[in-house]
Ligand binder design. Structure first.
Ligand SMILES: NC(=O)c1ccc[n+]([C@@H]2O[C@H](COP(=O)([O-])OP(=O)(O)OC[C@H]3O[C@@H](n4cnc5c(N)ncnc54)[C@H](O)[C@@H]3O)[C@@H](O)[C@H]2O)c1
Length: 274
């Protein structure tokens, strides 16, 4: 049977095709929306780019790894979507500025910025070098600011925009061996909340997504069974999500469904931050 029955109330019975609940079924929630996804070459950014393209978005994939970005574009195009890759270091205002200008030339606008690029460099505070601290802050926090500032003049002109930045449970709880990362991701939350208040007058919303997912970034935890057991024991749902499990929340935040949401932190973390 290809349909399911949804009982809305006694009088109304709605039949919906099961196909429409398939994750990768093309729908139109992001028709004519141009999305820039930083860190879109891998992990959560990649899954978000693919999911948003399946909803009709034109997706600009920015990543330090140009080959990975090109692969994502090929995947999107093979599924009938529209995307283009830029090899971009998001810590460079020059590179981000020229990529954003080229995106506007390519697609006519930048409606949504998903800032997913991020790195970790684990060390205990007593051993952490200043260089490691500054590098992690540069990519995770300063890079968020650089990308936001690059799209801002465009948003102030068009009087609309959606800023979505990736934060972490570390931002709210701290992280043993990740003081640099936790500090940077807490800064991202503060930046998002500031943007929500400052930019509301231009029709711009700003929200943070707080995930946990089995990606390359979290691979070290999964390689060590003891560490993984401890990690999962702190998650009420006791399991990992995939990057594809996180992607629908990016679609939601990028779509008009979330228009009245700003300054929020949306946790898709199995309950880790309760
Ligand atoms: N995976 C998790 O459990 C988890 C948890 C909390 C927060 N996050 C956050 O979600 C985001 C995505 O994480 P992920 O797990 O997909 O990571 P990932 O390591 O799989 O992917 C990160 C991507 O960012 C790119 N990148 C790194 N530095 C860059 C730079 N300077 N310029 C451009 N691109 C750069 C990498 O090439 C890579 O494609 C990150 O901001 C991360 O901090 C992830």
């Amino acid at each position: 049977m290809d349909s399911r029955t949804v009982f809305c109330c006694k009088e109304h019975v709605v039949r919906q095709s099961r196909r429409h609940h398939g994750r990768h079924h093309r729908m139109n929630r992001l028709e004519n929306v141009t999305v820039v996804v930083t860190g879109g070459g891998r992990g959560i950014g990649r899954a978000g780019a693919v999911a948003m393209a399946a909803e009709g978005a034109h997706v600009a994939v920015l990543d330090l790894d140009g080959d990975a970005a090109a692969e994502v574009v090929a995947q999107i195009e093979a599924a009938g979507g529209r995307a283009r890759a830029w090899r971009t270091d998001i810590t460079s205002p020059e590179q981000v500025g020229s990529a954003v200008a080229e995106v506007v030339e390519w697609s006519g606008a930048v409606d949504v910025l998903v800032h997913s690029a991020g790195i970790v460099a684990p060390a205990m505070l007593k051993d952490m070098t200043l260089e490691s601290f500054e590098r992690v802050v540069a990519v995770n926090l300063t890079g968020t600011f650089v990308c936001l500032q690059a799209v801002l003049p465009h948003w102030m002109e068009t009087k609309r925009g959606k800023f979505i930045a990736l934060t972490s449970p570390a931002a709210l709880r701290g992280q043993v061996g990740g003081g640099n990362y936790a500090a940077a991701k807490a800064g991202v939350v503060a930046l998002v909340k500031t943007a929500a208040v400052e930019l509301a007058r231009y029709g711009v919303t700003a929200n943070a997504l707080l995930p946990i997912a089995a990606t390359e970034m979290s691979a070290k935890v999964r390689e060590d069974p003891k560490l993984e057991e401890k990690f999962l024991s702190l998650i009420p749902l006791r399991r990992w999500a995939t990057a594809e499990d996180i992607a629908p929340s990016l679609v939601y935040l990028a779509s008009s469904d979330s228009d009245y949401m700003t300054g929020s932190v949306l946790s898709i973390d199995g309950g880790r931050t309760i």
